[in-house]
Write a protein of this length. Structure first.
Length: 238
C-alpha cells in the first residue's frame, strides 16, 4: 500500500504538460458560478481504490468542474453520477453517488484510474499528453497483484489499455483489439480487456450509452472475474 500511496503522490505532483497545468489551474481560479464557494483541487487527480482489486477501470481524464474540482476521478459531474449508479447496481461500490472526496464512497474489488490525470481543454488530451501520462497507467497496473480485468471507458482509455497490454506482453500473438462497446478480449494469464463507451453526458443523454448497456457489461465483467472463464470478443448489440 505504501507504494500505491507513493504513486498517487507522484501523480498529484506531476507538472509534465504545460498546457494541462495552465488549464487545470485556470479553471480552478475562474470556477463555474454554481461552484464559486468551492476550493477547487486544480491538480492531477490520483487513482481511486485499492491495489488489491481485481478490476481496474480506466477513464479518459478528469472533468474540468468534476474531478478537477473535487480531487477524485468521476466525482461531482454527470459522468460520475451515471458510472457510480451502475457500479452500485452491480455490486462494485457501496453507494450510487459520488459528490466529494469525503462522501463515504468505497469501491469493492475495483480501482479507477485515467489515461490522463489532468483535466484537458475540450476533454481532448493531445497524443503527447497521453504518452506523457502512460507511465502512470503502467505503474498502476504493476502495483495490482490480483488484477484480472481492465475496463476501458472510451476510445482514448481503450487505446491506452491496448498499449499497456502490448508492453506487458498480455496480448496473444497477432491480436488486434478493436474498440466497440461490449467487446471483451482475452489477455495472458486469464486476464481480459473490456470496452465501453465513455459515460459522458453527451453519450448518455443521446442514449449512445444507456444504463442497461452499462450494467449489462459490468455484469459480464463480474462474471469474468468470478468464473475465470476465458474471455471472447462479444458485442452488446449497441
Amino acid at each position: 500500500m505504501s507504494n500505491w500511496n507513493a504513486l498517487n503522490a507522484q501523480i498529484v505532483a506531476c507538472a509534465q504538460c504545460p498546457r494541462l497545468v495552465a488549464y487545470r489551474e485556470r479553471v480552478a481560479q475562474q470556477k463555474r458560478a454554481q461552484y464559486r464557494d468551492w476550493d477547487y483541487w486544480g491538480k492531477p487527480v490520483p487513482n481511486f481504490g485499492e491495489p488489491t482489486a481485481r478490476l481496474l477501470i480506466v477513464g479518459l481524464a478528469p472533468a474540468a468542474h468534476g474531478g478537477n474540482r473535487t480531487g477524485r476521478i468521476f466525482t461531482g459531474d454527470a459522468s460520475g453520477d451515471f458510472l457510480f449508479a451502475a457500479l452500485h447496481q452491480t455490486g462494485f461500490c457501496n453507494q450510487p453517488t459520488s459528490t466529494h472526496r469525503d462522501d463515504g464512497l468505497q469501491l469493492y474489488d475495483a480501482a479507477i484510474t485515467a489515461a490522463v490525470h489532468c483535466a484537458p481543454p475540450d476533454n481532448t488530451p493531445t497524443p503527447d499528453e497521453q504518452r506523457a501520462c502512460f507511465p502512470y497507467l503502467q505503474a498502476t497496473y504493476r502495483l495490482m497483484p490480483n488484477l484480472r480485468g481492465l475496463l476501458a471507458l472510451g476510445q482514448v482509455a481503450f487505446d491506452a489499455c491496448v498499449r499497456l497490454a502490448r508492453e506487458e506482453n498480455l496480448l496473444p500473438d497477432g491480436a488486434r483489439p478493436q474498440f466497440r462497446h461490449g467487446a471483451i478480449y482475452p489477455l495472458a494469464g486469464g486476464r481480459f480487456l473490456a470496452a465501453s463507451y465513455h459515460p459522458s453526458a453527451r453519450n448518455t443523454y443521446t442514449k449512445l450509452l444507456t444504463r442497461e448497456m452499462m450494467t449489462n457489461l459490468l455484469l459480464q465483467v463480474r462474471a469474468q472475474l468470478e468464473t475465470g472463464a476465458t474471455a471472447t470478443p462479444a458485442d452488446s448489440g449497441a
